[in-house]
Ligand binder design. Structure first.
Ligand SMILES: [Zn+2]
Length: 633
């Protein structure tokens, strides 16, 4: 042990080089044209429609992660629960009746702009003095843990918990940000260590009980972590606004990263070449607008980490939390979601055909196709998605998608049993059989159902209403930001004139900072106003809706892009059962399931003979999935 210790190199603290003002001006002049071009190109990329939105990506991360991911939602998307509890006789004097509690909590929800359709009211009659005595409370906690609820309203803290175990459960859920909002009629809860401690004391006044909570809350977060704000990790290309703790693009350095993205996606440059460029252009970071710039020594690994960080398209991940920053505030992403996917999915989507970008990473964004939706008809276990390269035959070298049954107890793996039943089964099924079955199902989705149309319109309306509420809030916030920063800019400009020395000493950089925030606010006002106009689009007519399945079918037949195919399949298919080179049952998502003409299709396990002939046999598109997103000019 001692020997090993002696051989260790002494840890030298990495001294980061502070960039001088002269050097900053020099490189900014040298590269200003390239940065401007890259920012202009970014504008046009963002104007084009994105195939994937951030929620698709968030869903992907949630579905493919081994750990449970907690999605942090903006107010407009949260579902709230109001928890009411009756008083026992001895406390009845001070406490409102259950009807009063309900009315006042609903009133509170209304004042907080919570959508009434997203509020559930739970009413407990049992006493809370002993733990485990409250079935409704347990149900509510489970609701939070499974993502059914995100926010909690109660009349006062003592309605919520009267014993240590339950108080601990609530505080834990707040720490984990599984309870994303907590509001009381009688008390304003603040999500800070002090706020949590106060809450603990209010939950009950027993001494040992609040002592325990005092220790517990210390383990918690510093309250800063909430709502997509800076939590201690600096992101290259951005700095943190001291006043709001929100991320702001750091003009020049942000522009450099944008050039880096173009070099990789459009010019096919290697990470080493890009790192060289960024070092030459002196990529630097600062924590807030008040800090000095520190030089970054860019390596290809570091660049790889930047490209892999979904923060840059607006999906912020920390701990087990996952936040859509675009919903939360007027965050300016560096790249589109499609660009993020292109940066990370290149290899898995074109199955190694592209040689322009070399990577030896194992961690790749693997969208897959119908992941976990193909169920083995012989053993009821979801089959594993896999791509394999064909070794023999005329298609040798090409890639084939298939689904493999991992269940070793399945009939697919038991050759002897198969022999006895006089059948031969493959352990896997090729994707082409699965896809042609979906096509076949869609061809029979010809029934006209008013109910299906209504369901579709309702879900569309709900989605649009949420979008409108988010955009209106962001527009309002941008207008406030504009006003605030104009005031601050005026203040610092005056100071600059009146007492230049004091300004240089204490507030250097503030003028540029507020000028930039004004630019950003103006752009956000414009963008959000335009978005609101877009969201006023007319909803599809009934006839257009019936046409929709045809359009999906056409899309499926025409696309040669595995990611697009996956998006269509996700929209349409709940799951399906795969037999031997055939599909026995397909469950479509509502409302599409209501359109299937049952008279023409008999579904059921006895119907396994149905083989769903390939529309175009051995169509190569199911064997090779060509390049996504980027076309090289
Ligand atoms: Zn099986």
């Amino acid at each position: 042990m001692a020997e090993a210790k002696k051989n260790q190199k002494p840890r030298t603290k990495r001294q980061q080089e502070i960039l001088s003002q002269e050097l900053i001006s020099e490189v900014e002049n040298k590269f200003s044209e390239a940065v401007q071009e890259a920012v202009a190109l970014r504008e046009s990329v963002f104007e084009n429609e994105n195939r994937y939105n951030i929620d698709d990506l968030a869903e992907y991360f949630t579905n493919t992660s081994n750990e449970l991911k907690n999605r942090i939602l903006p107010l407009e998307k949260r579902r709230y629960v109001i928890y009411l509890r009756k008083s026992t006789d001895d406390e009845a004097k001070q406490v409102r009746s259950i009807d009063d509690q309900r009315n006042e909590c609903l009133d509170l929800a209304n004042r907080l702009n919570i959508n009434p359709s997203k509020v559930t009211v739970l009413e407990e009659s049992a006493s809370a003095k002993k733990a485990g005595n409250r079935a409704v409370f347990e149900e509510m906690i489970k609701g939070f843990q499974t993502g059914k609820y995100h926010g909690l309203l109660a009349w006062s803290p003592d309605r919520l918990s009267r014993n240590m175990k339950e108080a601990g459960e609530i505080i834990d859920l707040i720490d984990l940000e599984i309870i994303q909002d907590l509001q009381f009629k009688t008390y304003q809860f603040e999500n800070t260590p002090n706020g949590k401690m106060m809450l603990g004391i209010l939950f009950a006044t027993s001494k040992q009980y609040s002592d325990k909570l005092a220790v517990d809350v210390k383990r918690g977060t510093d309250g800063n972590i909430k709502d997509g704000k800076y939590n201690g990790v600096v992101k290259k290309g951005y700095y943190v606004d001291n006043a709001t703790n929100l991320f702001v693009p750091d003009k020049y350095n942000w522009g450099l990263l944008r050039i880096a993205v173009d070099m990789r996606l459009r010019d096919g440059k290697s990470n080493t070449e890009i790192a060289e460029f960024l070092n030459e252009a002196k990529l630097a970071v600062r924590r807030t607008e008040e800090d000095d710039y520190k030089l970054v020594k860019v390596t290809k690994q570091m660049l790889g980490n930047v490209f892999e960080d979904s923060f840059y398209c607006g999906l912020y991940q920390y701990g087990n939390n996952i936040v859509n920053l675009i919903d939360l505030y007027n965050f300016i992403p560096l790249i589109t979601t499609d660009e993020y996917i292109a940066l990370n999915a290149q290899v898995s989507t074109d199955f190694g055909r592209s040689t322009k970008i070399k990577t030896n990473r194992n961690k790749r964004l693997d969208y897959g196709l119908l992941r976990n939706k193909v169920i083995c008809d012989f053993c009821d276990v979801p089959m594993q998605f896999q791509n394999t390269q064909l070794k023999r035959g005329k298609n040798a070298g090409k890639w084939s998608i298939s689904y493999y049954c991992r269940n070793k107890d399945c009939l697919r793996h038991d050759k002897e049993k198969q022999h006895n039943q006089d059948i031969r089964l493959d352990k896997s099924i090729r994707a082409k059989y699965v896809l042609s079955a979906i096509e076949w199902e869609l061809r029979h989705a010809t029934k006209k159902s008013k109910k299906a149309y209504n369901l579709y319109i309702h879900s569309l309306e709900t989605k649009l209403a949420t979008e409108r509420a988010i955009t209106s809030r962001k527009l309002h916030e941008a207008k406030q930001e504009l006003k605030l920063n104009q005031q601050r800019l005026a203040k610092f400009s005056d100071m600059h004139v009146e007492d230049r020395e004091a300004y240089e000493r204490y507030h250097k950089g503030k003028i540029e900072h507020h000028e930039q925030l004004i630019d950003i606010a103006e752009k956000n006002i414009l963008d959000n106003s335009n978005r609101l106009t877009e969201l006023k689009t007319a909803l599809p007519s009934e006839e257009e809706f019936y046409e929709l399945t045809n359009l999906h079918l056409l899309d499926m037949l025409q696309t040669d892009n595995i990611m697009k195919l996956e998006a269509i399949c996700n929209e349409l298919v709940t799951n399906l059962r795969a037999g031997d080179d055939s599909v026995s049952v397909i469950k479509l998502n509502p409302p599409y399931n209501m359109l299937v003409d049952l008279a023409e299709i008999s579904t059921g396990r006895g119907d396994r003979i149905r083989t769903c002939d390939l529309t175009v046999p051995n169509r190569p598109r199911y064997q090779t999935a060509p390049l996504p997103v980027t076309d090289h000019p």
